[in-house]
Design a protein around this ligand. Structure first.
Ligand code: M6R
Length: 617
């Protein structure tokens, strides 16, 4: 987590750094800060809280206004706290003791305590609780023993264990940004008479057309008209720029009050675009030109292991049902963070599917590396073509193409993952020559899906009216079965992260084995009751909850009279088959979380304690 921006060129630097930080704010918003060269000095200004706080602090300081026509050089940072509480002092950039070097860092230094002790023993004093401060102090110390900044950086990072993307300013080198990375993203933006560094490509695409991605253990020196690259042995390396697709103004809310509302409302379009790409007209098989599998591999897969976290894990759990229904392959879904310490039971015939919106989630990357070390084949699903997962899964990569998702809570990227996973299940099934009639009807239903999703989205106001009366409850229980059990989990996660209300998701049949004990008139139960194989059993479990006097809410299809008669509130969705229903069921549940959080006055797009991209294990 944490976002890094850097600029060197002739433009007024502070507004540029602030705009870059705003684009990166999804990576953390505990504190923000910038460091710039001014005259012979390095100036740092930083504060606890969001970029808007930093803007306020900077506003009245005329010395931070621009100097067009001169070289302006600086770095900025937005923080998600790992070591040391969110505070002014722990905010980046960090100085060395002599205030000659300023550093911003994204990542974790695992051995920072040992380095801190060593440096303290040599007489250095630390002023923050961060792991980052050891980086700047190490560089400062090594600079005194080496001939160049590159050598000092290289010597210092050789002592670090962990992950890092680091940008550095040295006093006296007012036209240069130095940067280095290992297992954390950092990209150089190539402009005309100006250059940038940033944690991601969409941010850079606001300013430039070309980028160069820094690889692990590479150091770069960025000046106004030049970018040089070195390996850790100090040898120069050559790297070519790549042209990037411009991301339209990523900060545009398109008239919605929150990014979350905008993103929920984009779901029909996202699904429709993916179907256009991968599902050709009637009678034709699903096509994934991005997958290079030998058909014999797909026909002989012994098992599928899905690795993911959070919402992506819920998409994976849903995919288990679909894959096991449509193909002959057993599927296991594991939290990436758990798999890291598990004993993998994989073979060369196994398929590992890594799902990550950001493609940068440290747990998922570590789990995938462990899984593929067994010889299993990797298929990656990510929303970010510029991510580490996209790199790892080069051969078999499906981009979920949901567009930039700014709100920390995932919505459209979840339905995009679901779309890709359903199509993948159909694709494998078609290669295996299985369940032909069933596959044809699923493909037809998928084609009709965008229209149905649109209809559900148009019911936003009706959902709001139904839901709002429950905003004063402090606990919620969500229940579902089969393909909608993961949607119960996802609904609980959405409500927790957006509203801070405690919520749990359960397989409805499990309620009577313990969780039913928590029910009383203050704990609403939200049941997912879609006609099909699970319907009667979910209704039965709901009646058990109702008899404990829990307020009862259902997600049910239009015309479901039984649901109308049992539940206090019914959130109707258009008629749909059970197997495709997760796409529709999730919509009123996303709105439920949104409207309750809004009624409680919570920070919708940037919930407390969270960051969108979790790049630490
Ligand atoms: O980028 P990823 O899909 O790997 O992220 C995984 C989770 O961190 C993410 O889904 C998280 O749970 C979201 N905040 C959920 O809304």
């Amino acid at each position: 987590m944490c976002g890094i921006i850097g600029y060197v060129g002739d433009k007024e630097i502070v507004p540029l750094l602030l705009k870059g930080l705003q684009c990166l704010e999804y990576r953390g918003y505990d504190s923000a800060g910038i460091a710039i060269h001014r005259g012979h000095n390095l100036n740092v200004i930083k504060t606890i809280g969001k970029i808007s706080n930093l803007e306020e602090v900077i506003k009245n300081k005329t010395e931070y206004n621009g100097k067009n026509g001169h070289i302006n050089c600086g770095i900025g940072h937005t923080r998600w706290a790992t070591h040391g509480e969110p505070s002014d002092v722990n905010a980046h950039p960090h100085f060395d003791t002599e205030e000659k070097i300023a550093v911003v860092h994204n990542g974790i230094i695992r051995n920072y305590q040992e380095i801190k002790e060593k440096l303290t023993h040599h007489g250095l004093t630390f002023v923050t609780q961060t792991d980052t401060e050891v980086i700047v102090q190490l560089i400062s110390r090594n600079l005194k023993k080496t001939k160049s900044a590159v050598e000092a950086i290289s010597k210092s990072v050789n002592e670090l264990e962990g992950s890092y993307a680091i940008a550095i300013l040295f006093k006296g080198e007012s036209d240069k940004i130095y940067a280095v990375r290992k297992e954390a993203p950092l990209v150089i933006g190539i402009g005309n008479g100006e250059n940038f560094v940033a944690s991601d490509i969409p941010t850079l695409s606001q300013f430039v057309d070309k980028v160069i991605r820094l690889n692990d253990n590479e150091i770069t020196i960025v000046t106004k008209n030049n970018v040089e690259f070195y390996n850790l042995s100090g040898e120069k390396i050559k790297k070519e720029p790549q042209i990037i697709t411009k991301t339209k103004d990523i900060l545009d809310k398109k008239g919605f009050k929150h990014y979350l509302a905008k993103e929920i409302n984009e779901q029909a379009e996202v699904i429709s675009n993916l179907l256009k790409d991968f599902l050709p007209g009637a009678g034709k098989p699903v096509q994934f030109d991005c997958l290079k599998f030998d058909p014999s591999f797909l026909k002989n897969i012994d098992r599928v292991l899905i690795l993911a976290c959070g919402t992506a894990y819920h998409a994976g759990l849903t995919a288990k049902y679909i894959l096991e229904t449509l193909t002959s392959i057993p599927v296991e879904v594991q939290f990436s963070s758990e798999f890291i310490t598990a004993s993998p039971l994989l073979t060369k015939k196994s398929l590992v599917i890594g799902i990550s919106q950001s493609g940068e989630t440290a747990d998922t990357l570590a789990a995938i590396k462990k899984a593929v070390s067994t010889g299993a084949t990797l298929l990656g699903i990510t929303n970010r073509a510029d991510s580490a997962l996209a790199d790892l899964a080069k051969e078999h990569l499906i981009l979920s193409k949901a567009g930039v998702e700014i709100s920390v809570a995932a919505t459209k990227t979840f339905t995009a993952q679901l779309t890709v996973l359903y199509l993948l299940a159909v694709y494998i099934s078609e290669v295996q020559g299985l369940r032909r009639a069933e596959i044809q009807s699923i493909k037809q239903e998928l084609r009709e899906l965008p229209q149905l999703v649109d209809q559900a989205l148009l019911r936003a106001e009706y959902y709001q009216e139904q839901i709002i009366k429950y905003a004063n409850k402090r606990d919620f229980v969500f229940i579902g079965r089969g393909v909608n059990y993961p949607i119960a989990l996802e609904a609980a996660l959405k409500l927790k992260e957006l509203s801070y209300i405690h919520a749990s998701g359960y397989a409805s049949g499990e309620m009577k084995h313990g969780p039913i004990a928590v029910l009383d008139p203050n704990v609403p139960v939200v049941s997912i009751c879609v006609p099909g194989e699970t319907y009667d059993r979910v209704i039965q479990n709901s009646l058990e909850a109702k008899s404990r006097k829990a307020p009862m809410i259902a997600v049910a299809v239009d015309g479901d009279k039984k649901a109308d008669s049992i539940f206090d509130t019914v959130l109707h969705i258009p008629q749909i088959s059970e197997i495709i229903s997760p796409f529709l069921v999730v919509i009123p549940l996303q709105f439920l979380a949104y409207y309750i959080a809004e009624a409680l006055g919570q920070d919708i797009d940037q919930p407390r304690n969270l960051a969108k991209s979790v790049t630490v294990e």
